[in-house]
Design a protein. Sequence first.
Length: 157
Amino acid sequence: MCIRKLYFIYCALFLIVAYSCDRNCFFDENKEIPGSVWNRNNIVTFKIPVTDTLSVNNVFINIRHNGLYEKSNMYLFINIIAPNGNKLRDTVNCILASDKGKWLGSGLGDIYSNQLLYKRDITFPISGNYTFEIEQAMRMDNLKNVEDIGIRIKKVK
């Protein structure tokens, strides 16, 4: 009897994992902000190996914060450095709460997760390692109550 229950649990877990994976997602990584305090000098870096120069992609910024975050938005500086050294720098305003103060994104307990579209329908012109650098641009040395920052890149169907 015990073996049947374990078998059933393993099968259920396998199915959940298999169907929850997004086959169009080729990069998805989040990095924890130490102590949930993001210092303005702490640049979060992602190395993304690109071999497919033909596919069209959407790039998302992942932000996780807790309910004590004091702002309704978050400004970010984002640098993209191509394998040949070319650099693109953007300033992005990420809206995290509605005009009425309700947190956007999905929440679990007191943690809120946002996946915000950063670049739509882009191709990577050359293969190699692209570097994405994200830094907080909120005009304060320490941005409190930020849990994780990440990048997700999905191929457009």
